[in-house]
Design a protein around this ligand. Structure first.
Ligand SMILES: Cc1cc2nc3c(=O)[nH]c(=O)nc-3n(C[C@H](O)[C@H](O)[C@H](O)COP(=O)(O)OP(=O)(O)OC[C@H]3O[C@@H](n4cnc5c(N)ncnc54)[C@H](O)[C@@H]3O)c2cc1C
Length: 496
């Protein structure tokens, strides 16, 4: 599909967020002038890009899937990456979204023209103007690689877990894995049996609890197909359990020692070496960093051909990785499991608002938005999975569907009221964020004593949603036009 000259609603990114919003709009307005541009060659976002061995979701799939597109085909309670990717491609076809996607098309720069009330968007496939831009570019979509002295001199192979090099055979190799987060715990147990030696570099240990995963039987799948209400009930019960967990993390942190006990027993069962157990025991409250789910990560670290280095990293030589106490670990391949850049999303450097500054300049290293979705000074721009919408316990898809409802309602309001430009009032955004930051103070994410990727360069938690997810949904179920400054012509008039 080619890029048109103009489109009403331009969505950037075809992951769960962009696809879900487009599907929602098309559901009520099949002829809506909506287009998705996607820098990748296909839809799928996270689940197109992350193809590392063992990649799977860590929220049960009955909840980690679109509410409007249930599937009875999942192989396990926690689906694997290939099937989530297949699912998203199928949804794109079934909903008609695929016909609205321009692939291999990266947003490179966008600026708002106040006089014309229009975005001009420069992409890798030409320029398009749009009345409304939705940045659905993902919080965990751009891999982060640490700046390690000497990395350019390394003679072996390097890659990031999010861009796995499947042409490279790790069999019989000495491999270094940098990082011990959610991706590493999934792929390290998968590759360890094939490598000659695996050296895992850990900055801080994480609490690990068992993953209650199991295969879904044929009769369960049949039941879901014949009685969709049963599947809905399962989804509701998973949701309720996750909400209860969220309640503990946010509001009842006194109950967290019970979870810590589970993690300690899990560690004791899987790791025989007491010194290794010591290295793997966190010194912060469970839940402060995302709890990791795995049944084989800890056991793998206890293998004789796996070494855990917790001394920190000094740099890289031509032959290997040097730790902070000066030991060189000779390796053939370095795999970065070092996560993403959620508090510095690249799209923020590309989007310029009404004052001529980019989102990144406006944020100054500390992102904030109204309801994680709109930003003062950036009219007709909506963010999905924006600041303070991440979760430590439940499905991001639930948050994204809440944002889709809000944005779709805003588009309706604009259409019916003849509004050409909408912008959140600065004061409303300020009040909202004061509240969010105050609510975060009592949560485990802020007071659990860890440093995590939830904190931005200003030391502010600009990532986590602070309370129950139903509260987010109820705040976004209706577009609150009264908190916005809007105009119908080129002259601004406040409707607040
Ligand atoms: C390995 C992994 C496992 C995860 N597991 C879970 C889980 O179990 N539960 C959970 O709730 N969350 C999980 N997440 C978080 C996950 O990112 C979200 O759940 C969800 O996929 C986000 O969807 P999205 O559409 O916002 O972003 P993405 O899926 O990242 O999609 C963003 C899309 O935007 C495109 N894009 C970015 N920049 C541009 C640009 N400039 N121009 C054009 N296109 C652009 C990207 O190519 C991508 O296709 C996981 C993340 C990872 C990495």
């Amino acid at each position: 599909m080619n890029l048109p000259q103009h489109v009403h609603t331009l969505i950037v990114g075809a992951g769960f967020a962009g696809m879900g919003l487009a599907a929602r709009i098309l559901q009520t307005q099949p002829d809506a002038d909506v287009l998705i541009i996607e820098r990748g060659a296909d839809v799928g976002g996270t689940w197109r890009d992350n193809t590392y061995p063992g990649c799977a979701c860590d929220v049960p799939t009955s909840l980690y899937s679109f509410s409007f597109a249930p599937s009875a085909d999942w192989s396990h309670t926690f689906a694997r990456q290939p099937e989530i990717y297949r699912y998203l491609k199928k949804v794109a076809v079934d909903t008609g979204v695929l016909n609205r996607v321009v692939t291999d098309c990266e947003l490179q720069e966008a600026h708002w023209d106040d006089t014309q009330a229009l975005w001009t968007v420069r992409t890798s496939r030409g320029t398009v103007t749009a009345d409304v831009v939705v940045a659905a570019t993902g919080a965990l979509s751009t891999p982060s690689v640490p700046d390690m002295p000497g990395l350019e001199t390394f003679g072996g192979t390097t890659f990031h877990s999010a861009t796995w090099n499947h042409d490279h055979d790790l069999t019989g190799e000495r491999v270094a894995v940098i990082g011990t987060g959610a991706s590493a715990v999934q792929f390290v147990p998968e590759i360890a049996p094939a490598t000659e030696h695996l050296t895992v570099f850990q900055r801080t240990p994480a609490w690990v609890i068992p993953r209650l995963d199991r295969e879904l039987s044929g009769s369960e799948k049949d039941l879901y197909r014949r009685l969709p209400l049963v599947q809905k009930a399962v989804r509701a019960s998973v949701y309720s359990f996750r909400e209860a967990l969220g309640g503990v993390l946010a509001h009842a942190t006194g109950l967290l020692p019970a979870f810590e006990l589970v993690a300690r027993v899990h560690l004791r069962r899987q790791v025989r070496d007491p010194e290794l157990r010591r290295k793997l025991t966190p010194n912060f409250t469970i839940g402060c960093k995302r709890m990791l789910l795995s049944n084989d990560w800890l056991r793998t670290l206890d293998r004789p051909d796996v070494t855990l280095v917790d001394a920190g990293l000094a740099g890289v030589t031509q032959d290997g990785v040097v730790d902070a106490v000066g030991n060189e670990h000779k390796v053939d391949t370095i795999i970065f499991a070092t996560g993403f850049t959620p508090t510095e999303p690249p799209v923020a450097r590309a989007v310029r608002g009404s004052h001529g500054r980019t989102l990144a300049e406006h944020w100054g290293g500390s992102p904030s938005a109204y309801k994680g979705t709109t930003v003062a000074g950036f009219p007709n721009l909506f963010l999905m999975y924006g600041p303070n919408t991440n979760l430590g316990h439940s499905s991001i898809v639930y948050m994204l569907e809440s944002q889709s409802a809000y944005i779709a309602d805003a588009l309706e309001v604009m259409h019916h009221s003849g509004i050409t430009a909408l912008e959140i009032a600065e004061e409303a955004q300020r009040r909202y964020n004061t509240r969010i930051q105050s609510d975060l103070q009592t949560t485990v994410w802020n007071k659990g004593g860890c440093s995590s990727w939830y904190y931005d360069s200003e030391g502010r938690n600009s990532v986590q949603w602070p309370t129950f997810t139903w509260k987010f949904r109820s705040q976004l179920q209706r577009f609150d036009q009264e908190n916005y400054v809007s105009r119908r012509t080129s002259v601004k008039e406040s409707v607040a």
